[in-house]
Design a protein around this ligand. Structure first.
Ligand code: SF4
Length: 499
C-alpha cells in the first residue's frame, strides 16, 4: 500500500485563539456544526466565489474557515481559526488559483476547537490529492478509527472528517478509481454526512442515506457546465448561482468536464432531514422543500397561536431567529406585533472576554430592550427553542426591568429532551432543561407568567410534508441511525471535561 500523507501546507499562518469556544461566548442555543461549499468553474475566480459562498454560510460555523483550490494536479490550501472575513483577504485569495474549489466553515462537535482540525481536510492519494469538507457527525468513529489505525493510516487530527478522507484515500490506494474509492468509503460511514470532495479532475457532492444534513446544487449564471454545491441555497444566491435541486439522500453527484453524473450508492435511502434546520439553523432566506424557511417559521408561529393563545398587548420575537414565528403568532392571534428587543448585529463571536460588571449585565451584550415599547405592557415573547434555559431566564429579567408587567413565553418547537449525535451541539441530556423538568417547573425557573411549547404534531404539520421525512430525535429520542452506547458515553465524558 502507498503511504497516505496529510498535506499540511499553511502559507499564511495566523494566531489561533481557543477562547472562542469559551462558555462566555457560547449562546444557550443548539450550535450548527458546519457549512460546506464546492464549485467546478473553469475560467472563473473560484477562490473568490468560494469565499463569498462561505460568507453566506457563516452562520453554520464561526470557529474556523478554509478553502482548497485545484490547479491541475496541484492543490492550494488556506485555513485558520476565525470568521471567514478574518481568515481571508484579497492577498490570500490571489494565492488560491484553480478551476475547482472546496470551502468549509466550522463549529466543532467532534474534535476540539483547534487549527489542526480546521477543514477542508487535504490528503495525497495514488491518483492525486483530495480536499474534503464535511457537515455532520459520524456515529461509528470508534470502529472506523481502529480500522484505519490498524491499516497504518497516519491520522493527525481528532475529527471524523479526516477519517472519511483517509477511508477514500485508502480505497484509491488499493486500486479503486475516484468514484469507486469514494463509494467504498461512504459505505463504511454511519451517521450524518453531507460532503464536498474536491479532486484534480472534479468535485463530488454526497449525502448520507438519511439526508440528515442539507446539500444543494446550483449552476453558475445559468451556465450548465459550471456547478456549485452548498449547504443551503443562500450560498448559491450570493454568487448569482441558480438553484437546480437538492442532492438526494444516499446520492453522489460527480461534477467533471463531462458535466454532472448522479450515482445512488446506498441501497436503503430514506428522507430524514434534521427538523432543526427548518426551525432554527438554516438561514430564513434559504429554500427547503421549495419555500423559504421564513414562510415555514411564520406557519410555526400561527400554529403556536392556535394551540396556546394568551391575552396580551404586544408580541415580539427573540431576534433574529424568533421573529418570523412571532409575526405568524401576531397574524393568527390578532395581538399587535412590536419590536421589544434590539440586537447588536455586529457583535458576532468576540475574542475579548467581558468585564465582571458586563458579565453580570449578561444578555445586554447582544440584546437591548426598548423600554418605551415595553413599559406597562403585557408581552408575549416568542423564541425558537430552549436548551438550558439560562439565556431565557436572563431575558425575562431584562424585560421586567424594562417595565413589562406580564411576560408570556411561547416556543415555536417542542421541548428539547434528547441530545443530538448528528452534528449539532445540543449538550448532554442532563443539561437540557426539558429533560428533567415539566413545563410548569421550567416556567417557574424562567420566572414567566405563562410558558407554552409548540406540539410535536404541530411542528411537523406546519412543514406540509410527510412527517416521517424528518429527524426529530432531539424531541422524541427516536434516532434514525442507532447511537452506540460508547458514543453516548463519550459525549458525556467530553462535555464534563469541557471539551
Ligand atoms: S437529533 Fe435533533 S438536531 Fe440532531 S439531527 Fe435530529 S432533529 Fe436535528
Amino acid at each position: 500500500m502507498i503511504p497516505i500523507h496529510p498535506v499540511t501546507s499553511d502559507e499564511y499562518p495566523r494566531q489561533t485563539n481557543d477562547s472562542m469556544n469559551s462558555s462566555e461566548n457560547c449562546p444557550d442555543k443548539p450550535e450548527e456544526a458546519c457549512g460546506v461549499f464546492g464549485i467546478y468553474a473553469p475560467g472563473e475566480d473560484v477562490a473568490k466565489l468560494t469565499y463569498f459562498g462561505l460568507y453566506a454560510l457563516q452562520h453554520r460555523g464561526q470557529e474556523s474557515a478554509g478553502i482548497a483550490t485545484f490547479e491541475g494536479t496541484h492543490v492550494h490550501l488556506h485555513k485558520d481559526m476565525g470568521l471567514v472575513s478574518q481568515v481571508f483577504n484579497e492577498s490570500v485569495l490571489e494565492h488560491l488559483p484553480g478551476s475547482i474549489g472546496v470551502g468549509h466553515t466550522r463549529y466543532s462537535t467532534t474534535g476540539s476547537s483547534r487549527k489542526v482540525n480546521a477543514q477542508p481536510a487535504v490528503l495525497d492519494t495514488r491518483l492525486g490529492s483530495i480536499a474534503l469538507a464535511h457537515n455532520g457527525n459520524l456515529v461509528n468513529t470508534v470502529q472506523l478509527r481502529e480500522e484505519l489505525l490498524q491499516s497504518k493510516c497516519n491520522l493527525v487530527t481528532t475529527t471524523d472528517s479526516e477519517m472519511i478522507a483517509f477511508a477514500i484515500a485508502q480505497a484509491i490506494d488499493a486500486g479503486a478509481d475516484w468514484l469507486e474509492g469514494a463509494i467504498q468509503a461512504f459505505k463504511r460511514c454511519q451517521g450524518a454526512f453531507s460532503l464536498v470532495v474536491g479532486t484534480p479532475i472534479g468535485v463530488m457532492g454526497v449525502r448520507d442515506p438519511n439526508g440528515i444534513r442539507p446539500l444543494v446544487i446550483g449552476t453558475l449564471a445559468g451556465n450548465p457546465i459550471r456547478y456549485v454545491l452548498a449547504s443551503e441555497t443562500c450560498g448559491l444566491d450570493i454568487i448569482g448561482a441558480e438553484y437546480l435541486r437538492d442532492v438526494e439522500p444516499g446520492e453522489l453527484v460527480w461534477i467533471t468536464e463531462e458535466g454532472l453524473a448522479s450515482y445512488h450508492w446506498s441501497q436503503q435511502p430514506q428522507r430524514k432531514l434534521c427538523i432543526f434546520e427548518m426551525i432554527y439553523f438554516a438561514r430564513p432566506d434559504s429554500l427547503m422543500h421549495n419555500e423559504s424557511l421564513y414562510s415555514y417559521r411564520m406557519r410555526l408561529g400561527r400554529q403556536l397561536a392556535e394551540e396556546s393563545p394568551v391575552d396580551a398587548d404586544i408580541v415580539f420575537g427573540v431576534p433574529d431567529s424568533g421573529v418570523p414565528a412571532a409575526i405568524g403568532f401576531s397574524q393568527a392571534s390578532g395581538v399587535a406585533y412590536a419590536e421589544g428587543l434590539i440586537k447588536n448585529r455586529y457583535v458576532g463571536r468576540t475574542f475579548i472576554q467581558p468585564t465582571q460588571t458586563m458579565r453580570e449585565s449578561g444578555i445586554r451584550m447582544k440584546l437591548n430592550p426598548l423600554k418605551d415599547v415595553l413599559v406597562g405592557k403585557r408581552v408575549i415573547i416568542v423564541d425558537d427553542s430552549i436548551v438550558r434555559g439560562t439565556t431565557s431566564r436572563k431575558l425575562v429579567k431584562t424585560l421586567r426591568e424594562a417595565g413589562a408587567v406580564e411576560v408570556h413565553m411561547r416556543i415555536s418547537s417542542p421541548p428539547v429532551t434528547h441530545p443530538c449525535f448528528y452534528g449539532i451541539d445540543t449538550d448532554t441530556q442532563d443539561q437540557l432543561i426539558a429533560a428533567t423538568k415539566s413545563v410548569a417547573e421550567i416556567a417557574q425557573q424562567l420566572e414567566v407568567d405563562t410558558l407554552a411549547y409548540l406540539s410535536w404534531e404541530g411542528m411537523l404539520k406546519a412543514t406540509g410534508e410527510d412527517p416521517n421525512s424528518f429527524c426529530s430525535a432531539c424531541f422524541t429520542g427516536d434516532y434514525p441511525v442507532a447511537i452506540p452506547e460508547q458514543v453516548k458515553r463519550s459525549k458525556l465524558i467530553l462535555e464534563k471535561a469541557g471539551v
